[in-house]
Design a binder for this molecule. Structure first.
Ligand SMILES: C[S@@+](CC[C@H](N)C(=O)[O-])C[C@H]1O[C@@H](n2cnc3c(N)ncnc32)[C@H](O)[C@@H]1O
Length: 310
């Protein structure tokens, strides 16, 4: 399939589905495009990367058009962007399914494809999920930081797996100015963005690491124990419940006795993936708060490692 055909398929899919109902339209367009690429014989990873590029490109074009037209871009409303993330259950399902397929590929291929997808995403924008702009993301961030028990946060280190461009790291660092805070992400571009964002916070460190290599990456920078492990909006990139045991295996031994695990995901992802993550990390749930957010309810789950030293 030529690039021209890929582009045309995207434009047709979007044109067919986006006219009346943007949320469902986006999802359907994504699905149609993804299926077209798969049908044309592309691998799941490449198809997903192409859809991601297509989506990000459209967003960028829209932003450029609006900013160019109005001259000033200050808030989501002023640039004509939605004030909450766009998405739909179908879109989410497709997204999750694509990453589950990816996770079942041979490990090295899965890691390279994932890294490629996030490289594309972060090369199009340092903030692909618009954490800077969206009130929903801010609400989640506040709930996440509030979920950290102060004693554990003060004790540190705090580690975030899949820190993206460092929004959570920055907020955690503001809340815990004397604690060592380490962010890990598979994407080197995300790491660069997170380092830049937290450059003024010398107690924050950001390293590139895939989830499977997280334990070794932490030990390489002298982190041999974790007091608080944050995993937010990441689990569905690691595969389904069965794959989490493998993906998170190297982190469990680093959790201090009574270390705190904070998981933050939308309710359906939380129901599907939190129990497996808690088990994989050898923890027990102590609190599970459902935040009935007007945009998309999410869960802040707190679990504790056993108080027996490993
Ligand atoms: C949706 S963002 C979540 C960012 C942040 N945790 C939050 O809650 O806002 C997911 C991040 O996880 C990273 N990621 C995905 N798969 C990963 C893996 N296998 N290992 C490490 N990071 C990964 C991506 O690069 C991306 O930056």
């Amino acid at each position: 399939m030529s690039l021209l055909e890929v582009g045309l398929a995207g434009v047709v899919a979007r044109g067919l589905t986006l006219t009346r109902t943007p949320r469902a339209g986006l999802a359907l367009a994504d699905g149609a495009f993804f299926a077209t690429l798969l049908g044309a014989g592309l691998s799941a990873g490449v198809s997903l990367a192409t859809v991601a590029v297509w989506r990000a490109g459209l967003g960028l074009a829209r932003l450029v058009a609006v900013v160019g037209g109005r001259g000033r871009a200050r808030s989501p409303t002023s640039v004509g962007l939605p004030s909450e993330p766009t998405g739909s259950p179908l879109g989410e399902w497709l997204h999750r399914t694509a990453f589950r397929v990816l996770a079942s590929l041979p490990p090295r291929l899965a890691r390279r494809t994932r890294a490629g997808v996030f490289k594309v995403l972060f090369s199009l924008s340092e903030d692909p999920w618009r954490y800077d702009m969206l009130p929903y993301e801010r609400r989640k961030r506040v709930a996440l930081v509030d979920g950290v028990p102060p004693a554990a946060g003060d004790a540190g280190p705090i580690v975030e797996l899949g820190c993206a461009d460092g929004h959570n790291l920055q907020a955690l660092a503001d809340g815990y100015p004397h604690t060592r805070i380490v962010g890990l992400d598979i994407s080197p571009l995300a790491v660069t963005a997170a380092r830049r964002r937290t450059a003024h916070q010398s107690h924050v460190q950001v390293e590139q690491a895939d989830a499977r290599g997280a334990g070794a990456a932490l030990q390489a920078v002298g982190v041999s124990s974790i007091a608080v492990l944050v995993v937010a909006e990441v689990l569905y990139y690691l595969g389904g419940p069965a794959q989490l045991a493998v993906e998170l295996k190297t982190l469990a031994p680093l959790l201090k006795p009574s270390a705190v695990l904070i998981l933050v995901h939308g309710t359906s992802d939380a129901e599907r993936l939190h129990p497996a993550a808690v088990t994989a990390l050898d923890c027990s749930t102590t609190d599970r708060v459902i935040i009935d957010d007007p945009y998309r309810p999410f869960v802040v789950e707190t679990a504790r490692a056993s108080d027996d030293p490993h």
